[in-house]
Write a new protein. Structure first.
Length: 144
């Protein structure tokens, strides 16, 4: 019985140590994490204008085991996290190389909001990874 208890304790310690080595836990937007976000059409570089309709592509390394992506919108600034609301969620993905690729369609401007959060949910992580896309101005374009 002691052997099994020691074995379980050793296994738990190894799993915790492995999770702590995940580079995304220090910052989902860090280069070591490997998460990329692309917009089509892209944000205008000079004045951060988001044209809608827009397709947002999120590539997440397979080691993270992403199960769901949620796109939230809210006001830019500090202390506004509780004001963000879900714009879209997606669970389906394609495997592309060593990544899982999620695509989200943004069809309308999210009201007066001027910031996006991309939440990445994984059963292997205790909380969602959050990437901020802010600030931006939204412009409704012609339908594609």
């Amino acid at each position: 019985m002691r052997f099994y208890c020691c074995l379980m304790l050793l296994l738990a310690t190894a799993m915790i140590a492995r999770a702590q080595r995940e580079p995304c836990l220090t910052g989902a937007d860090s280069p070591g994490c490997g998460i990329t976000i692309a917009m089509n059409p892209p944000l205008s570089t000079s004045d951060n204008i988001l044209s809608v309709p827009n397709e947002i592509t999120i590539d997440v390394p397979m080691r993270i085991h992403a199960a769901k992506i949620a796109l939230l919108s809210g006001p830019a600034g500090t202390g506004t996290a509780d004001l963000f609301k879900t714009v879209a969620e997606v669970r389906s993905y394609k495997k592309v190389g060593g990544n899982t690729r999620f695509k989200i369609q943004v069809k309308d401007c999210p009201g007066t909001d001027n910031a996006f959060d991309v939440n990445i949910y994984s059963p292997r992580l205790p909380y969602p990874l959050v990437i901020n896309v802010q600030p931006f101005q939204c412009k409704q374009g012609a339908a594609k």
